[in-house]
Design a protein around this ligand. Structure first.
Ligand SMILES: Nc1ncnc2c1ncn2[C@@H]1O[C@H](COP(=O)(O)OP(=O)(O)OP(=O)(O)O)[C@@H](O)[C@H]1O
Length: 706
């Protein structure tokens, strides 16, 4: 038979199996629906029964409805591309691999879940170690229709006469397909080195490094799905947290886990880790470097121990006709004493009242002694402690502290200078004070870690005020919080941190608090780091991991995103900033070289418009325009006439983790100069494109002479 006829015949073979699978799926769906309906019926019946039976029937109803809903949700999530692989073993046994395990009515496997041990050979078998697999087949479907098949022969001399082999390279075909707005799952084409990481043991800390496009994000997400499948009992209840660099990024990856039927995972951007906040604004790199530094802990601690701006500077209270007065210095002595006892101020209010009453009693004793009298100390303390004017004083002198309010105080340069004495430089103090004073812009991503640190330092708000959140806004977690978890939940069983090379030490502390009891998967690429002090960040990261001793490291070495032509250009900008072994190998050549276009600065707008038009015509998928952070608004304005939902304008830092079919990079030199780690940020920007890259540059210095 000719190759197209063989292919058609093989597609028909697989279509027959896929049809059986979907017929069975429809039966399972119908069963789950019937169970749900029965559950509701039971609930109706409960209303007519005695109270005890009612309770147990309602419980049973809830369980039935819950399980039925879970099943329906999973069946629906896995519908698309349900079957994607087939293994033919040497002993002629064959298994189909898919997103979900399905058995027929005889309990024979129609599909094996990709996470099950029996499916591991689909990813791990190679020609060198075939694991008894003669042929591995990737089946590509759209809905219930088989579109194509692609085979790898792993034991050439064991291929039986009647086995047909079709196509080559399911991976290359997958990589060549157009990119959409959301990341795709890679479950059908996971590579061996990736599979090892996905299936690594769950305990302890798993670190994954690798250059751009090596699949770190894809692997981390598949690992989360795998761990929840294999260790649901240990990990499922407490939940898994995935941290990404930005909201744009978390939205980009948001489809991957639900498409694998996983809903028990919470995705949060770094600006959303603290409940009640969704910060997206990025600080300048100089400001972010100060805010992220561990030195800020000391500054914050001193700031909250300072006298609140509204605090009265003396306490006067009349007791039995005599005015008792504590002057400013005496009050400050009490404040210092209360703070040195170490409890968070919001927890010390009773202790502070006791200290103030003791100071008043000392004062009264002093006066009485001068008059040759005696006082009943205990009685005085009880009497004054019940007085309304004493409590009025207390609430303004030792108010409940809110993190947002303490940070705002630091907008006053004098106050910040006092808190930062010997810790920050004068220039850093001025920079920070000016930023905190300008509150109209809302919190930045780096501020969130400071607010979280303060949340812990000030302690919980007293119960009756509990409804107010630490940031004085009502929580609005449309971005994906889980309502059933308590506020500031810190009991996740597993935490995944993506783009981890960019977490500041303060951000590591914030994330570490959420993972006190967790095992970790940490994904990053030091060469893409935009954080200026990796040593300090590493120390904070180790602290976040706590005492977990099991540590395993993996390196991914193949760049699946960029064409070899694009990556060759990108690698040039980090020459001297990275070791050769830190750069991955891009294996896909497209024959399309990236274009560097010298442009006059005055003609940048028209050049950008022209490049965008060209690329929208050249690719089916997305086109990204990447600029320096403070140019995003301007460049978006240039392109307002070219509305196309495939087109996105994004700032350098926000392009982390994303990818487009084609990229226009505007003024690369501005990315280099916008921060002290500019070359690395430029490297990130240059590695976002899968097929086409156009660089528009008025200044040629961005590209080192080779
Ligand atoms: N095994 C695979 N099969 C198909 N596609 C893959 C595979 N591995 C990675 N990819 C694709 O390669 C691209 C890059 O993957 P991913 O974004 O996870 O890389 P990354 O290492 O996180 O990159 P970066 O560090 O640049 O953000 C994605 O489109 C992903 O779907």
């Amino acid at each position: 038979m000719s190759e197209p006829r063989v292919r058609r015949a093989e597609i028909a073979v697989e279509q027959a199996h896929v049809d059986r699978v979907y017929t069975r799926l429809a039966e399972l769906r119908a069963q789950a629906e019937a169970m749900r309906a029965k559950g509701y019926e039971l609930g109706q019946g409960a209303q007519r029964e005695a109270i005890f039976e009612q309770a147990s029937m309602l419980f049973e109803r809830d369980m039935m409805v819950y399980h039925a809903n879970q099943t329906l949700q999973t069946l629906d999530a896995e519908y698309e591309g349900l079957v994607f692989g087939r293994l033919d073993h040497r002993d002629r046994e064959r298994i189909y691999v898919g997103r979900l395990g399905i058995r027929d009515t005889e309990f024979d496997n129609l599909v094996t879940d990709w996470r099950a041990p029996a499916a591991a050979a689909f990813y791990q078998a190679t020609a060198e170690e075939p694991m008894d697999v003669v042929r591995r087949r990737v089946i590509r479907c759209s809905g219930q229709n088989v579109l194509d098949v692609d085979d790898d022969v792993l034991i050439a001399d064991a291929v039986p006469e009647d086995m047909q082999i079709v196509g080559e390279g399911a991976l290359m075909a997958a990589l060549g397909r157009a990119r959409g707005e959301k990341m795709r799952d890679i479950v059908a084409t996971i590579q061996k080195e990736q599979d090892e990481v996905i299936r690594a043991p769950w305990r302890g800390v798993t670190e994954i490094t690798g250059g751009p496009g090596t699949g770190k994000t894809a692997v981390a997400l598949h690992r989360a799905a795998y761990l929840l499948y294999r260790y649901r009992r240990q990990l499922g209840g407490a939940g898994v947290l995935v941290i990404g660099p930005s909201g744009v990024f978390t939205s980009y990856i948001s489809r991957v886990l639900p498409s694998m039927g996983e809903t028990n995972v919470e995705l949060r951007a770094l600006g959303e880790v603290l409940d009640g906040l969704e910060a997206t604004r990025q600080d300048t790199s100089a400001l972010a470097a100060v805010k992220g530094s561990l030195r800020m802990r000391k500054v914050l601690l001193r700031a909250l121990r300072d006298t609140p701006p509204e605090a009265p500077d003396e306490l006067r209270i009349v007791y039995r006709g005599e005015v008792l007065k504590l002057a400013g210095r005496e009050l400050e002595k009490v404040r210092r004493k209360a703070h040195t006892q170490g409890a968070p101020p919001n927890r010390s209010r009773v202790r502070v009242a006791e200290l103030l009453l003791a100071a008043l009693a000392d004062k009264a004793e002093e006066y009485a002694k001068a008059d040759g009298k005696e006082i009943d100390r205990a009685e005085l303390i009880t009497d004054l402690g019940e007085r309304i004017d004493f409590h009025r004083f207390l609430v303004v002198w030792w108010p409940v502290l809110y993190p947002a309010q303490v940070l705002k105080w630091l907008g006053e340069e004098k106050r910040l200078a006092a808190a930062a004495k010997g810790v920050l430089s004068r220039a850093e103090i001025s920079l920070l004070a000016a930023d905190f004073a300008d509150r109209a812009r809302g919190w930045s991503v780096a501020d969130v870690a400071l607010l979280d640190e303060l949340r812990v330092l000030v302690g919980p708000e007293p119960k009756r005020r509990r409804r107010q959140t630490v940031v004085e806004v009502e929580p609005d977690r449309t971005g994906g919080g889980t309502p059933h978890r308590p506020e500031h939940y810190d009991e996740y069983s597993h935490v995944v941190v993506d783009e981890s090379q960019d977490l500041s030490p303060m951000q590591w502390r914030m994330v570490g608090r959420r993972g006190k009891y967790a095992s970790w998967t940490v994904v990053g690429d030091p060469v893409q780091s935009s954080w200026p002090d990796p040593g300090e960040a590493a120390q904070a990261r180790d602290q976040a991991f706590g005492t977990k001793t099991a540590r395993r490291r993996y390196t991914l070495r193949t760049n699946y995103r960029n064409s070899a032509e694009i990556f060759e250009l990108a690698a040039k900008v980090v020459t001297g900033h990275a070791q050769a072994e830190e750069l991955p190998a891009a294996v896909r050549t497209t024959g399309i070289a990236p274009e560097v276009r010298p442009v006059d600065a005055a003609a940048l707008a028209t050049a950008t418009q022209a490049a965008v038009k060209e690329l929208l015509g050249a690719v089916e998928g997305t086109v990204g325009v990447i600029t320096a952070m403070d140019r995003v608004g301007e460049v978006s304005g240039w392109l307002s006439g070219q509305a196309d939902e495939r087109l996105k304008v994004v700032g350098s830092l926000d392009s982390k983790g994303l990818e487009y079919d084609a990229v226009v990079l505007v003024e690369p030199m501005e990315l280099v100069t916008e921060s002290s780690t500019g070359r690395r940020v430029l490297y990130v920007a240059l590695t976002r494109a899968t097929q086409h890259l156009i660089v528009l540059a008025s200044d040629p210095d961005w590209l080192p002479a080779s």
